[in-house]
Design a protein around this ligand. Structure first.
Ligand SMILES: Nc1ncnc2c1ncn2[C@@H]1O[C@H](COP(=O)(O)OP(=O)(O)OP(=O)(O)O)[C@@H](O)[C@H]1O
Length: 322
């Protein structure tokens, strides 16, 4: 649906996006995560034609964005709804009028506007606030209005630029649940730009990690957490510490067995002592994912590796800290 190949973008002489490659399929909730300044918002603005790019290719449904004329850009933006961190609502207009705005721009009839806006307000749970002004709404409610407005023209893609960054954790959860609901019910592709790991964890099917204008990696979200990839380390820091002596074995828990007592069972079966050097368990949706580094005396190492291999449990050996 959206295909980006070798995209380069400059502001003056400064290169902001560097050889970006990315493919976003229809129906996906695709996360783009990275620290501030990584180039995430710039990439979103290239996708909706607000920024041009020097070289490389960026197609939306097969159309090269930089080659579109004004009319085609208008059509493109109709297909790409967008929401922002600070909601961008018009303060003097009511909730109803804010959502109606894009429909008025595209000259929909009054009856059609009434019907669509009310359906959208039902969808986001704000039908009873139709006559309220934004200043009388909470942050979460404002973002719901912005979502309704972004969906007014029935876009195929919803672009979310730090849409939950100004919200508290519970409100964030409810907005993300709403986005997931919209993705499922309306089969809208959603691109979520964020610096918050929790956002990716809660709703993204796939995620691109960006740093310094580059894509470090693109992974299924579960794999990102499970494998403690280079991208995840770049985002979270790699704080794992291991002992200076013995063999350190990092055991990676897939979700099917994360709740089982692998370590205790192994220690009982093999009858050996071990130290836990480092552990990290993450709640991932309904499951627990994570890894644990145990340190065993060198002569036990092979038995441990065999035990894990026989049970198809992933492991890797970690060098000692000197
Ligand atoms: N209009 C502009 N002119 C010059 N430089 C810009 C412009 N817009 C962004 N930049 C620079 O481009 C880089 C990427 O910015 P961008 O906003 O895309 O990053 P980001 O990952 O979205 O970060 P943030 O979450 O802080 O917005 C930054 O170094 C920023 O200073």
């Amino acid at each position: 649906m959206i295909k980006i190949q070798n995209l380069n973008k400059y502001y003056g002489n400064t290169q902001i996006l560097k050889n970006v490659d990315m493919e976003i399929s229809k129906g996906e909730i695709f996360g783009i995560i990275g620290h501030s300044g990584a180039g995430k918002s710039t990439l979103l603005r290239c996708i909706n034609g607000l920024e041009d790019y020097r070289d490389g290719s960026l197609t939306v449904e097969g159309q090269e964005v930089k080659d579109l004329n004004e009319k085609q850009i208008r059509e493109l933006r109709k297909n790409l709804g967008m929401i922002f961190q600070h909601f961008s609502l018009l303060e003097r207009k009511t909730v109803f009028e804010n959502v109606a705005l894009p429909l008025e721009c595209f000259k929909y009839s009054k009856a059609e506007i009434e019907k669509r806006v009310m359906n959208l307000l039902e969808l986001v749970g704000l039908a009873d606030k139709r006559d309220a002004k934004p200043r009388n709404l909470s942050g979460g409610q404002k973002q719901r209005v912005a979502i309704a407005r972004a969906l007014a023209l029935e876009p195929k893609v919803l672009l979310c630029d730090e849409a939950t960054s100004a919200l508290d954790p519970n409100t964030t959860k409810s907005i993300l649940a709403l986005l997931q609901d919209i993705n499922e019910k309306m089969n809208i592709t959603i691109i979520v730009v964020t610096h918050q790991m929790e956002v990716v964890k809660q709703i993204c099917t796939k995620v691109a990690v960006m740093e310094g204008g580059r894509v470090l990696e693109i992974e299924d979200t579960e794999d990102l957490f499970l494998n403690n990839t280079e991208g995840l380390k770049a985002l979270m820091g790699d704080e794992q510490i291991v002992l200076p002596e013995g063999t350190n074995i990092k055991i990676i828990f897939p979700k099917e067995i994360a709740n089982e007592n692998i370590i205790t069972n192994m220690a009982r079966t093999l009858d050996f002592d071990f130290n836990i050097s480092y552990g990290k368990l993450e709640k991932f949706r309904e499951d627990v994912l994570g890894s644990l580094i145990i340190t065993v005396k060198d002569h036990y190492a092979n038995a441990v590796k065999r035990y894990l291999d026989e049970r198809n449990i992933k492991w890797e050996e970690i060098k000692n800290d000197k």
